[in-house]
Design a protein around this ligand. Structure first.
Ligand SMILES: Nc1ncnc2c1ncn2[C@@H]1O[C@H](COP(=O)(O)OP(=O)(O)OP(=O)(O)O)[C@@H](O)[C@H]1O
Ligand SMILES: [Mg+2]
Length: 377
């Protein structure tokens, strides 16, 4: 059992690139935290520093209140599944799984029982006598994961452990990891660039971009109240639409200019977002989730015109790409150029490219960001 704490942690590579910049984050004892962000944002760098495989440039890593910056990897009792894992080629799957326990000189009976149990969980039982070269990429990856979780480490570090698996196995093993982690209550830092994986797996999710922590919170918190425009766009499938718009003070209230329309912001929304009052007369980014945009049969002063670009039929839902004239410039004039919006509709819908539609955007479904992209609350 162990909590992990990063204080002002920085990794600056010799090339001058910041892998991680001034990170402050705490992973609770027994917690499963998912670290998510685009390729190159510093996820592997952070895991490797935690495991002791990468030197820290400044700041500290604490495991259970002990600064471990200079503690060698073997003494950290951390099990890591690497993004580029390696198995012992001359050993069978059974041998690979058993290896960490053999090193610990565990009794043969116990080793056999643990190998049997892990093989069952990871669907490896029929493969126990094969060597790695006779396995598919996904099967090898499961062996690598089994080898990490077979020994009872204080901390699990998992670097995209499911990236080689097909969609069905991914979902299945994701469920197993969550169940196993809860059962063993081992502090886990799990890395992925897949936001859907982060949202389904994490008790809390930490979103990173270019080495900087953007937000940490429960999946629901970061989905419903993204801290900035990056998180809004990154989380969700598809991510949030962001529209350049502006706020006006008029007749004692605040109005939102959205393309050609001026929508009064009701008092309940102003109560939810008190920050809006201090941003009136400014340009803002308005965020709306693709499922919160509705199609309307009739044009009215509450709808906006849009033109279909393409549609993606997913079976249970249809994603429609639309062009709309929603952008406005700094002098609050409609610019006339096109804003691309994604709309997510339940069920199957047929539209042809170029078709004109009317869309309705509910004012209660909006998020607001200032000109720096920070959420207005
Ligand atoms: N040994 C190194 N020397 C110099 N720069 C490095 C080194 N390792 C990583 N970097 C750089 O540091 C940044 C973070 O890399 P890192 O591998 O941590 O990203 P990541 O989030 O794990 O990406 P991915 O999702 O593609 O695995 C990148 O810009 C990368 O090019
Ligand atoms: Mg990586």
């Amino acid at each position: 059992m162990a909590a992990i704490e990063f204080n002002n942690l920085t990794k600056r590579y010799d090339s001058g690139i910041h892998g991680i910049h001034r990170l402050n984050l705490k992973v609770g004892d027994g917690e499963l935290m998912v670290l998510v962000g685009p390729s190159g944002c510093g996820k592997s760098t952070l895991l490797r520093m935690t495991a002791g495989l990468e030197e820290v440039s400044s700041g500290e890593i604490r495991i259970d209140d002990r600064v471990v910056n200079h503690i060698p990897p073997q003494q950290r009792n951390v099990a890591m599944v690497f993004q580029n894992y390696a198995l012992y080629p001359h050993m069978t799957v059974r041998g690979n799984l058993a290896f960490p326990l053999r090193m610990q000189k565990q009794p043969a009976m116990l080793i056999e029982e643990r190998v049997r149990r892990i093989a069952e969980i990871l669907d490896l039982t029929p493969l126990l006598d094969r060597r790695p070269k006779a396995l598919s990429g996904g099967q090898r990856q499961r062996v690598a994961m089994g080898r990490a979780i077979i020994r009872k480490a204080d901390i699990f570090l998992m670097d995209e452990p499911l990236s080689n698996l097909d969609a069905r196995l991914r979902v299945e093993i994701r469920g197993e990891i969550a169940r196993l982690q809860r059962q063993l209550a081992i502090t886990t830092l799990y890395v992925t660039h897949d936001q859907a994986e982060a949202m389904t797996l994490g008790q809390r999710v930490a979103v990173i971009d270019r080495g900087l922590l953007q937000q940490v919170g429960s999946p629901q918190e970061i989905y419903e109240r993204p801290a900035n425009a990056f998180v809004a766009r990154f989380i969700g499938s598809p991510g949030m639409n962001l529209i350049q718009s502006s706020l006006y003070r008029e007749n004692g209230g605040i109005q939102l200019q959205l393309g050609p329309r001026r929508l009064p912001i009701p008092q309940r929304v102003l109560t939810d977002f008190p920050g809006l009052a201090t941003h009136s007369e400014e340009s803002v980014l308005v965020g709306i989730r693709p499922h919160a945009i509705h199609l309307s049969d009739t044009d009215s002063n509450e709808t906006l015109p849009a033109r279909v670009c393409t549609t993606e039929a997913m079976g249970h839902e249809t994603i429609v790409h639309l062009d709309t004239a929603l952008a406005i410039d700094n002098s609050h004039q409609a610019r006339g150029d096109q804003t691309h919006l994604l709309v997510q509709l339940t069920g199957h819908h047929n539209f042809s490219a170029g078709e004109q539609l009317a869309i309705r955007i509910g004012i209660d479904d909006l998020c607001f960001f200032d000109s720096d992209g920070e959420a207005i609350r």
